[in-house]
Design a protein around this ligand. Structure first.
Ligand code: PDD
Length: 283
């Protein structure tokens, strides 16, 4: 009789007794979508916005039969159980578990996974700013979907870390900045009081923090201009920053080894941080 097997490190196991997690299409193909949200002071922040984006991502890759109300319940239950004031909530759904075949083998049941962990401390980064370096944007043509396929993002980040940087800024084949490996990207041009960021489209994720920044920009005296910048233009900016759920705004003080203005976080960036902070604690 045939005996189907698997091998985990140096251990041979019966294929039929494999832990299902090994057969997840998320692992084999990155066939799934995810979200990252956070809490501030014991309260989950913008849950509905993340659920909306999650539902859209699921729809765009054709994963059906997921009840978003159930997902909301799971998130709230897990978050309350963890009782971490400043938490990061990660969750994903994959198309399901099955033998490795690009196509579907039978009916699959979407697979849910979630973690609640303590957020890092980013005060140093926010106070002093970070260095970033550019990397080619090697991603696919649907970066508006928050897909589990993150290899190009990971390669970009590893390259940045090797260069002593915190984030990689992705540059398209056309020579324009798209976004960070895991963040939105902004530039401030003080003489025109312009806050520049790339318009939404299939080349970037519709970042929820990006939307918040755009919303509060006027309070900081800035006009939002949605256009793509080249790395050269970014280096001429008065201020740069990245935006992401887990850190909200982080000033960028060095770009590809070039100091931005005086190499310190700028006044507009600090003003935007305060605006976001006010918005968080009024919500
Ligand atoms: N990343 N762009 C990309 C490619 C991202 O992966 C992220 C977030 C953002 C910022 O989106 P938001 O403001 O909605 O967090 C932009 C998450 C945090 C991650 O992958 O861990």
């Amino acid at each position: 009789m045939l005996m189907q097997i698997a091998m985990i490190q140096d251990r041979i196991v019966d294929y039929d007794e494999l832990d299902e997690a090994y057969l997840d299409r998320g692992t084999y193909f990155g066939d799934g979508v995810y979200e990252v949200l956070r809490s501030y002071g014991g309260k989950i922040f913008l849950l509905e916005k993340h659920l909306e984006r999650f539902a859209r991502s699921l729809g765009e890759i054709g994963i059906e039969g997921v009840d978003i109300d159930e997902i909301r319940e799971k998130i709230i239950t897990a978050y309350n159980r963890a009782s971490i004031d400043e938490a990061k909530v990660y969750f994903h759904i994959t198309r399901g578990i099955g033998p490795r075949n690009h196509g579907m083998v039978g009916e699959l049941k979407p697979n849910f996974f979630l973690t609640v962990t303590e957020l890092g401390d980013f005060r140093g980064e926010k106070e002093h700013g970070i260095k970033v370096s550019t990397y080619p944007d090697l991603r696919w043509k649907r970066c508006d979907i928050k897909s589990l396929n993150l290899l190009p993002n990971v390669l970009a980040r590893l390259d940045a870390e090797k260069k002593g940087c915190v984030e990689a800024i992705l540059v398209s084949d056309a020579g324009e900045i798209t976004e960070g490996s895991a963040s939105a990207f902004f530039a401030v041009f003080a003489s025109d009081k312009n806050l520049v960021t790339r318009p939404l489209g299939t080349e970037i994720l519709p970042s929820i923090t990006r939307k918040l920044v755009v919303q509060v920009a006027v309070n900081a005296g800035l006009t939002v201009v949605e256009k793509a910048l080249t790395p050269w233009q970014a280096k001429q900016a008065d201020e740069l920053f990245i935006a992401v759920t887990t850190k909200d705004i982080v000033p960028v003080v060095e770009f590809d080894g070039v100091k931005i203005a005086d190499g310190k976080p700028g006044e507009y960036t600090n003003a935007l941080m305060k605006e976001i902070n006010a918005l968080v604690f009024s919500s």
